[in-house]
Design a protein around this ligand. Sequence first.
Ligand SMILES: Cc1cc2nc3c(=O)[nH]c(=O)nc-3n(C[C@H](O)[C@H](O)[C@H](O)COP(=O)(O)OP(=O)(O)OC[C@H]3O[C@@H](n4cnc5c(N)ncnc54)[C@H](O)[C@@H]3O)c2cc1C
Length: 432
Amino acid sequence: MPSDKKENVIIIGAGLAGLALANVLKHQGVSYKIFERDASPEDRTQGWSLSMHFCLLTLKTLMDPAKYATLGDKSAVDPENPRKGDFCLANGNTGEPLVTVGSDTYDSNVDVFRVNRKRFRSWLMEGIDVTWNKRIDHYTINDDGNGVQVTFTDGTVEEGSVIVGADGVNSQVCRQLIGEDEFKTTTVPNPLRILAASYWIDSELRQEIKENYSSAHMMAPSSISEEADHSTCLFVSLVDVDKSKEKPYEMLWSVSCLDKEEPHHETNQERLNQAKNWLKKSGCSGLLNRLVTGTPDDTEVVTLKIRERSPHSILDTFHGPVVLIGDALHSMTQFRGEGGNHAILDACLLGKELASLHKQEKGLKEAINTYYSEALPRGRKAVAESHEALNIVHGTRAQVFAMINGIAKSVEKMIEKMSQEDSSSAVETSKQ
Ligand SMILES: Cc1cc2nc3c(=O)[nH]c(=O)nc-3n(C[C@H](O)[C@H](O)[C@H](O)COP(=O)(O)OP(=O)(O)OC[C@H]3O[C@@H](n4cnc5c(N)ncnc54)[C@H](O)[C@@H]3O)c2cc1C
């Protein structure tokens, strides 16, 4: 590992993308430093869960295998059943379950986990030395084009060979790279309104939800009539399990609709009433609706905002020492559950290229070009498809039902592809 500070890869942001990159670089013997604007890991609530699937095969091959082996036990929403990540699509109007994609569908070699976001991030952080309380102000590329200087808002400066912007949707690195005006024009707020909350439920309600829908997460769109232009979408997920509690299961719900006329409320109680009202207006009924109506009055109800940004065209030609990964590169809606998977896949693929650079097998331009030639088209497709998924889930009843039929098929295809890739990589490994 080079001892010269100027050889460090500088990672801005200790979210999923930045931490995954740090894990890959550490295992590949490339020196790095990772900086995060938050004062500590506890600074912000990370209170939801995520589906991790197509990024895991690549992550598994590039990071410490002993640490990877602990992923499920340490991060899964239900650590006692780490591989239980079933997803159910239900008819929100009748409460009837329509399609369930269960963990039993997956090949036992395929890693698919529903993870608790906070514990997943903590797992990624294990053995990674994050420098907290460091907000990037700007970077300067050295005159000869090799290396960068990064200035933080506290006035300190770090030098490195490459700066990686893993600083999320509001990325300061992206802002500087593409320019403030372009950043504002290409970062598009989605009009969807989302209210979300989580609270702990008892074993009886948990069992009812599990038996009728799924053990992990579920979605139930409802609309007032066949003719209505829009549906309201209710999403429910297990977030955590703590058997020492009287109510051992933390469940999250989010309710979303495309009604631009709906007011923005100040208090939790008003937002809770608003979410209940959106469901009532759309004719939502059944057990999942009851989960929302049964929310304790003192529960915090948050508003989630979505901003979308496709990878900028500047990146097709700029292959200098400033690179973007994750939401900083491509911000998408959560309605395909892919943003985090793309973020981690970016980190893995860039990490592999930076390892080649470090071993002097490739020059900087070639390494960055190789990374972007895969990441840019993949990111653009994902942003467009995730936008489309949001519109379909909140579309007419006919659109929603067409999607439900399509989703089961596409998930089956994805699982089939993942198990083929996994068995072919196992063959390659056994040949070595
Ligand atoms: C409700 C919801 C559900 C989702 N479900 C899924 C799912 O099931 N599956 C999936 O794959 N994806 C899902 N996603 C998307 C996923 O959460 C994101 O795509 C992922 O978190 C992106 O990771 P990131 O590291 O690029 O960005 P982030 O996680 O946003 O991390 C960026 C980090 O950079 C830091 N930072 C920001 N600015 C600065 C600065 N100036 N200086 C230093 N540090 C800075 C931030 O504090 C943060 O820690 C979901 C998203 C939402 C909102």
